[in-house]
Design a protein around this ligand. Sequence first.
Ligand SMILES: [Fe+2]
Length: 276
Amino acid sequence: MEVKTVKPSARLQKLFDNLLAQLRQFIRDNQINHDEYRSAVAFLLETAASGELTLLSDVLLEATVDQVDSMGRVGTATSVEGPFYLPDSPMLTSPAVLPHRANEPGEKLFLSGTVKAPDGTPLAGAIIDIWQADAEGNYSHFNVPAADAPFNLRARVSADRSGAYEIQTWLPAAYQIPKDGPTGAILKATGRHPWRPAHVHFRISHPGFSTLTTQLFVAGDPWIDSDVVGAVKQPLIVNFERHTDPAEIKARGLDQPFRTARYDFILPTAEARKAA
Ligand SMILES: [Fe+2]
């Protein structure tokens, strides 16, 4: 049998030795018995069989990998990609309205800002790959059937010549990670909730610069301090201002309150990323 994921190297040997030493110490420290050991192995088997191994790993560990991997990086703080990204979403040009259903629920949200280099130079034509949950906490192609709404609330938007972007979308809701399988069971059994605070995902790229994968979080969300994934970073918490003034609503051509949020993204140069 060919094992594609194992390539011998000094780094792998060092990591494996250390992991094994730490796990063995964990067994000693906690006086793990045979029943507990077999139960842990059975849990991993059950998780793999249910297709949740990636979910479990991402929920428990990916944010820590992001923290380590982004140390020394300049520019906007990174955050995890998560499991709901889809490549090849529709290409749009700023100002853009994200693909949506005729009856898209929730409040309209107007996102704007500029994509810049660390020295402040605007990055003309930067590509803003954006994806998010809808106002009911559902992602298209995952919880919303693709046939009903292809690439709903997903697009790649190119910034204008001054690096500026304007994207009209809908305010996302907080959501629970899938909780009916082993991942949900272990969270519940250990007193953890399954909620992620409301957020919008971004992957922003420009030739010569290091791609930025991040999320913007809605300030005031009840789960902002206890994200199950642990992906919230203070600089990424943004005021998604709610506008209720009838004159402002009318000026936008709307008939109900709406939200606005502004954020400037800063991409490190590819060289800066390499040096970090
Ligand atoms: Fe998400």
